[in-house]
Design a protein around this ligand. Sequence first.
Ligand code: IMP
Length: 435
Amino acid sequence: MPALVVIGTQWGDEGKGKIVDLLSERADGVVRYQGGHNAGHTVVLGQETFILHLIPSGILHPGKRCVIGNGVVVDPAALIEEAGHLEKRGIPIRGRLHVSSNAHLIMPYHKAIDKESERLKGARRIGTTGRGIGPAYVDKMARIGIRVGDLLEPDLFREKLTANLIEMNFLLEQTYKTERFDLEKVYREYMGYANEIRDYIVDTTVLLNQWIDEGKRILFEGAQGTHLDVDHGTYPYVTSSSATAGGACTGTGVGPTRISAVVGVVKAYTTRVGSGPFPTELKDDTGVQLQERGHEFGATTGRARRCGWFDALLVRYAVRINGLIGVAVTKLDVLDACQEINLCVGYRFRGKTFHDMPSSLTVQESCEPIYETVEGWQCSTIGIQRYEQLPVRAKDYLSRLEERIGCRIFLISTGTKREEAILLDDPYSLQGQNR
Ligand code: IMP
């Protein structure tokens, strides 16, 4: 029963879209288990580029079934829009996409609260995507959330909405000094969505466990990354969901004994969008070059991503937290032109040296990275499909990286297109021990 979880090992934007797309070829079903339309998974197919925010990337493979699990927060307008765009581009959705009845809905007041709360935080703002993700999870935990399945019970939906709007409108008007939401307007809007998405809504826990019973292959597509995880990330500068492998179980209702492996996606350098610590961040020309060569601009918000050298402490932490048995390295070609490449192997803070990720935000924010420097290969690796064809120095960089993170590389991505990759091991049959 191969059920494979794919997660991001850094702060998201590692190139998971492409890796999930490659691995989807051999899966029967692809599942999102956390986050919402804050994600931006880019997949290039021939001359066409697709950016998926909410629907699993597997939808681009004909015949694959896709699930949005209970751990996801769903903005129905975003779902309808994304499905519509895909259908217009010839990707059929009906009968292939299933949305958990227990997934929570993002409501219009969530978006308003997200924006207003960021505004009030001032310099301490998180730099959210402004899509209402955090406030929707707040309501879920506060046990006042409205779920996708509630759309199918209009009376219950109205009852919950009425109760919530009393609190939310008070907050919006009294604290944030902004506009209130009208019950009838929101009710009508959401009942309209209900009509459009009712066919997608099911108990996905039954569906997924049945697929596993039937021996089907399932791929769990993590969104964001380990260091944006609400428990294990650089809190409070994180997203509000469980972006690590554990989230795949709680976010889908598939038990841990049914997951066969977890693999990670690692960018050959580091990026981050939004606020928060970033020890290897480059605020000089090298950072700008990485940003330009890597097209490091957010797929969801268009924001410029902060860029820096590869940080082995971050990724080794992700290997541990997620129990990774292999990693796919992406965007190696962005380093093609570098004369020298730095790889962070430790942090220094007030005379103390750290070889493992420190939990203190103060240390993460103010430490100095300790680098190992390797010579660059200074030739193109774009499109290489065989390991032997990589320049020797690129191979050296990869083995150094592998050694420092303590996890084997099973795939190297050498470009944006599907075929631009070197597959070293089959992730569905990866077993065993990391170094
Ligand atoms: P939120 O998820 O919109 O609440 O944003 C919280 C933090 O997570 C912000 O720093 C965002 O920039 C970051 N974030 C959310 N989704 C992504 C993503 O898909 N890639 C990278 N960063 C993300």
